[in-house]
Design a protein around this ligand. Structure first.
Ligand code: AP5
Length: 191
């Protein structure tokens, strides 16, 4: 099974993908995590990406596609995967379709978590206090939300047009949200 998990920054994509991957027996592929690992390792790609990420902007499509393609060629994705943080704009959605056609794969479901901006700002302020992620300061979070609205929100429509989309209420306990996602994957709450 291959899933795309959509939603604004702080909507719970990473949290829920981590919970669902074991339930579904698939890999969790977060382009944010791949980029942060490249930054931490000081790779050439990581050096280019760091300032862009700290500013809350999107890293260039070519660099992220390169990372994703490498990841999709690793053996642990054979049973499927949850894509978290990709695609992030329409060009990436189209590039993903081209890549998947090359790999003879397709996306089974796209799930979009819906969470209000107030909840997001509160969640990421708490994470900033606990973990000090470099892009969680309030001004950068608000910028990331603008980038989401301008560039990523249209991707939701892209999957809706393909008949693959389910929107999920992303507010509630972690268990409640995981169950909503599982129900949607099993076809019980198509919207
Ligand atoms: P990325 O790492 O993808 O960050 P993001 O989309 O901004 O997402 P977050 O990790 O902030 O939020 P999330 O939705 O995963 O929520 P989480 O589960 O963590 O990207 C970072 C940067 O990398 C981008 O800005 C860009 O520069 C670059 N990048 C990445 N992908 C790219 C791409 N494809 N193209 C170009 N650039 C790219 O939860 C957030 C917090 O809320 C946590 O503290 C969690 O504990 C808490 N929480 C979760 N669920 C709940 C709940 N139900 N109730 C209360 N709290 C909750």
């Amino acid at each position: 099974m291959r899933l795309v998990l959509l939603g604004p920054p702080g909507s719970g994509k990473g949290t829920q993908a981590t919970r669902l991957k074991d339930r579904l027996g698939v890999a969790h592929i977060s382009t944010g995590d791949l980029l942060r690992a490249a930054v931490a390792a000081g790779t050439p790609l990581g050096k280019i990406a760091k300032a862009t990420m700290d500013a809350g902007e999107l890293v260039s499509d070519d660099l992220v596609l390169q990372l994703l393609e490498e990841r999709l060629n690793q053996p642990d994705v054979a049973n499927g995967y949850i894509l978290d943080g990709y695609p992030r704009n329409l060009a990436q959605a189209e590039a993903l379709d081209v890549l998947l056609a090359k790999l003879n794969q397709n996306i089974d479901h796209a799930l979009a978590l819906v969470v209000s901006e107030d909840h997001i700002v509160e969640r990421l302020a708490q994470r900033a206090a606990e973990q000090r992620r470099s892009d969680d300061s309030e001004d950068v979070v608000r910028h990331r939300l603008r980038v989401y609205q301008e560039q990523t929100a249209p991707v939701v429509g892209y999957y809706q047009e393909k008949g693959l989309l389910t929107t999920i209420d992303g507010v509630g306990s972690l268990d409640e949200i995981s169950q909503r996602l599982l129900d949607a994957i099993q076809g019980q709450t198509k919207t």
